[in-house]
Design a protein around this ligand. Structure first.
Ligand SMILES: Cc1cc2nc3c(=O)[nH]c(=O)nc-3n(C[C@H](O)[C@H](O)[C@H](O)COP(=O)(O)OP(=O)(O)OC[C@H]3O[C@@H](n4cnc5c(N)ncnc54)[C@H](O)[C@@H]3O)c2cc1C
Length: 435
């Protein structure tokens, strides 16, 4: 074989809660090399940047990473379509598009992920008129188990595209992606705090009056932090000094120091959360380039689960979550993130056919995490939630089938495209069962 594998490679994900030791690790630079690897092995998985908490990337045999298959292929300015190799990172796309006066239509909180990884797990941002990132894809190419490419276009092959776009890496290697982009834009960001109950009263307005709305709830505190982003063509006015103070000194250094103290004295965590929310008392009002507002300062390593619920249940599920935390012994040292995303038609999308509120349950450190995850999942199941594939959850196939009506159709497609289940691992097997 022309392409050499790296032996004794140990995969460890961003959060450090997942590890595996594949027998072969490859970073192909050409499509021919990629096909050669796929044809050589009977078991193959892919890893982007390892920013998933779940065990999606696990394999004992061949692990493929496309860090060296990450070029821009074509830019069609007129149609606003960009074709890239699938290993490109979202931050590389942001930088490239910025120099062209263009931008990604929507983003999540960070841009470290590969585009293929982000799309494969239904990664999302926030904004009730905006769908998950995969909705920006016009077409993509999969290299299948036998090495042949299969290109799926959202218009020409709608049925298969909708089944395959959120693939969890179970259908083949995504090698090229064509996405819709837009003219560069800025966001008018108004960030402030509000009493939790008042927020519940005004929730419908808050969700719909600005283009992008999200919330950070620091548990044990009466107020919640609201982020309202409006798309604008007005010039940027954010100061570098403020960015340095907020995004580096307060959000990173001071915050990590408080978390460190809270590790020894968990009973102080509610007090530290109050101090942090107080810093949002004087509202932030700024205009900045879109991706600099969507993306937040580097978060500390933490554990994370996130589920999507029907938007119509938003008030009830938020109240229930607050009650659950208030009546428990959990002492939480990190934000709980609340976002809003428009429904779609993709089989494995947690937003399948319903406008959704996402609730993220986050904790820094492992101590207390299992108990918190257990309680959060019990609540999420009670409210018909659907888990984020890239985050932590326990797979109950019967429950997944009840919430993802198309999961069997997805598994049948995977069996058709990959009859020997070359791209499977324990997690995919748990999702698809015997199909
Ligand atoms: C700090 C942090 C912040 C985050 N913020 C958000 C957020 O705002 N919104 C959100 O929704 N999620 C968020 N996530 C989750 C993250 O976006 C997803 O887990 C995403 O899948 C990670 O991308 P990755 O490139 O690291 O993929 P990996 O985690 O490496 O892989 C994810 C999946 O993609 C598959 N895959 C990778 N490359 C290919 C390929 N070429 N072909 C086929 N399959 C492939 C893998 O096999 C795996 O199944 C965040 C994660 C972290 C750690």
């Amino acid at each position: 074989m022309a392409i050499i594998s790296q032996r004794a490679y140990r995969f460890r994900n961003w959060a450090g809660n997942q590890q595996c030791t594949p027998s072969h690790y490859y970073q192909p630079e050409t499509e021919a090399e990629l096909i050669e690897v796929i044809k050589t092995h009977s078991k193959v998985r892919m890893v982007g940047t390892g920013h998933s908490w779940s065990a999606l990337c696990h394999t004992d045999e061949a692990l493929i990473n496309l860090d060296k298959y990450n070029r821009v292929i074509t830019l069609d300015r007129e149609q606003k379509l960009l074709t890239v190799q699938a290993g490109i990172k979202l931050w590389q796309l942001n930088d490239y598009l910025d120099t062209e006066g263009l931008a990604l239509i929507n983003l999540g909180s960070i841009a470290q992920q590969s585009i293929a990884g982000a799309i494969s797990t239904a990664t999302h941002g926030s904004g009730i008129q905006y769908r998950i990132l995969a909705s920006q894809v016009q077409r993509f190419t999969l290299i299948q188990a036998d090495g042949t490419p299969l290109t799926l276009d959202r218009d020409a092959d709608k049925e298969t595209f909708d089944l395959a776009i959120i693939s969890l890496g179970a259908l083949g290697v995504v090698s090229e992606i064509t996405i819709h982009i837009c003219e560069a834009f800025r966001l008018h960001d108004r960030t402030y705090s509000m009493d939790f109950d008042k927020m519940l009263e005004k929730l419908d307005d808050l969700v719909t009056t600005t283009d992008h709305f999200k919330m950070w709830w620091f548990p044990h505190v009466k107020d919640i932090v609201l982020y309202q982003y409006q798309r604008t063509t007005a010039p940027a006015n954010d100061s570098r000094l403020r960015q340095w103070l907020m995004d580096e000194v307060l959000s990173v250094s001071v915050y990590r120091f408080l978390v460190w103290i809270g590790n020894f004295l968990p009973s102080l965590r509610p007090f530290f959360n109050k101090i942090l929310v107080l810093s949002f008392r004087s509202p932030l009002d700024r205009i900045e380039k879109s991706y600099r507002v969507f993306n937040v300062a580097d978060p500390p390593i933490h554990r994370e689960a996130e589920w999507a619920f029907d938007l119509r249940d938003a008030r009830e599920v938020l109240s229930a979550y607050r009650k659950m935390i208030d009546e428990s012994d959990h002492k939480i040292n990190f934000i709980q993130e609340i976002r809003f995303v428009k429904g779609d038609d993709y089989a494995l999308s947690p937003c399948y056919r319903r406008d959704s509120i996402w609730i993220g349950c986050y904790l820094i450190g492992d101590r207390g995490w299992d108990a918190l995850l257990h309680d959060f999942e019990a609540l999420a199941v009670k409210y018909n939630g659907r888990p984020h594939w890239g985050k932590e959850y326990h797979i109950d196939r019967a429950y997944l089938r009840s919430q993802y009506p198309q999961v069997d159709a997805f598994c049948a497609l995977r069996h058709r495209l990959d009859p020997d289940h070359k791209f499977s691992n324990t997690m995919i097997d748990a999702i698809c069962g015997t199909i």
